[in-house]
Design a binder for this molecule. Structure first.
Ligand code: KG4
Ligand code: ZN
Length: 336
């Protein structure tokens, strides 16, 4: 059978990324131009700066992705692109670029949901993984428990009521002076701290067992820091980081385990930037072993935003017949 080669583009937040994927799971190239250094100066992503940087970088990133894969635009079968959710101005850059290539080269255009991309990152390094499975998507913007019924068929069974897990990491990191992005820094500092030092709350939502809430935890951390300052006691930042991280991890693992048991699912995957967190990975692996569940997670480079995951999702959408027209638009609040 003929190979299917897809160029994928991702520009929903602060990474300009392009990748070439063959037959859905083989990554021929995966180029990511991160804007983190730029946004660091402001303590978070500045949407207009992100859009402008995408415009500057996108052609170069695509050229690199093609040349690393050893192909040209003439070798492609389709173009995949993230069209939501995300920052509208950032998304528009990738969408406009994908439409231009699709038009000029007369290639099928496949718009991809960003979360579907994160979930699909698990297929890259696990050739044996197929639906159905449960996926915990934990990123800077999302915290979802998703039942993957089949390729392209998703059922959201739990979600955050307020902050996303990654957002909580970033806010707590800022409060203890670690800077942006906070997740990896808390992960690192927590290794030197005692996770049982401070009893931060584990929020469980009345009547909805799979939903999450992290704003109470975030406030508890801020209150703890304030009360230490008022008492003139120096805080142990490593203990705060470790105790906070443990509180997040406990809730994520608890809800995920409830769900696999309730739905009788034997496979659990994690995805999104926070899925590279070492405490979450270890705790989830342990819980899965205890409950006889197969555990999957992507390498860190496929956890945070990248275009390879978009190419994988685009492949399955493509073979299932998804085609978008040249009127494809960015949808900042796109539903899964
Ligand atoms: O998936 P992602 O790159 O972007 C979104 O789609 O949101 O996720 C970024 C988020 C940030 O909040 C970042 O702090 C968090 O993932 N993150 C981590 C780690 N690495 C990245 N959080 C905890 N531990 C990490 N090691
Ligand atoms: Zn993401």
């Amino acid at each position: 059978e003929k190979d299917i080669t897809i160029l994928a583009i991702e520009s929903s937040c602060d990474e300009t990324a392009a990748a070439v994927i063959r037959n859905g799971r083989e990554v021929l190239s995966n180029v990511i131009s991160s804007q983190i250094e730029l946004h660091k100066l402001y303590g978070g992503v500045v949407p207009e700066i992100a859009s402008r940087k995408h415009i500057e970088k996108i052609n170069q990133v695509i050229e690199e992705a093609l040349s690393e894969a050893g192909i040209t635009l003439d070798d492609l079968d389709a173009i995949g692109v993230t069209y939501g959710p995300g920052l509208v101005g950032a998304l528009l850059v990738g969408v406009a670029e994908a439409k231009a290539i699709s038009y000029v080269k007369n290639l099928p255009l496949v718009g991809v949901h960003h979360i579907e991309g994160h979930i699909s990152a698990n297929y890259i390094e696990h050739p044996d993984l197929e639906p159905q499975f449960l996926c915990l998507v934990v990123s800077g913007g999302h915290t979802h428990l998703v039942l993957v019924r089949d390729y392209g068929k998703y059922e959201i069974i739990g979600r955050t009521r307020d902050d996303a897990a990654g957002e909580a990491f970033d806010k707590v990191a800022r409060a203890i002076g670690l800077g942006y992005p906070g997740g990896p820094k808390i992960d690192k500092l927590a290794k030197e701290g005692n996770a049982d030092a401070i009893p931060f709350p584990r929020a469980h939502i009345e009547g909805s067992v799979y939903d999450f809430s992290f704003s109470g935890l975030k406030s508890a951390v801020l209150n703890y820091i304030n009360s230490c300052q008022m008492k003139g006691v120096e805080i142990n930042r490593a203990d705060v980081a470790a105790s906070f991280q443990k509180a997040v991890t406990d809730v994520l693992v608890h809800n995920a385990m409830q769900a696999v048991k309730e739905y009788g699912i034997k496979k659990l995957a994690i995805a999104g930037g926070v899925a590279s967190n070492s405490s979450l990975r270890n705790a989830m692996r342990e819980a899965c072993e205890k409950n006889n569940i197969e555990f999957y997670h992507p390498s860190p480079v496929f956890c945070t935003d990248n275009a390879a995951m978009i190419g994988v999702a685009a492949y399955y959408d493509y073979i299932n017949g998804t085609r978008h027209g040249l009127d494809l638009n960015a949808v900042p609040n796109l539903k899964l």
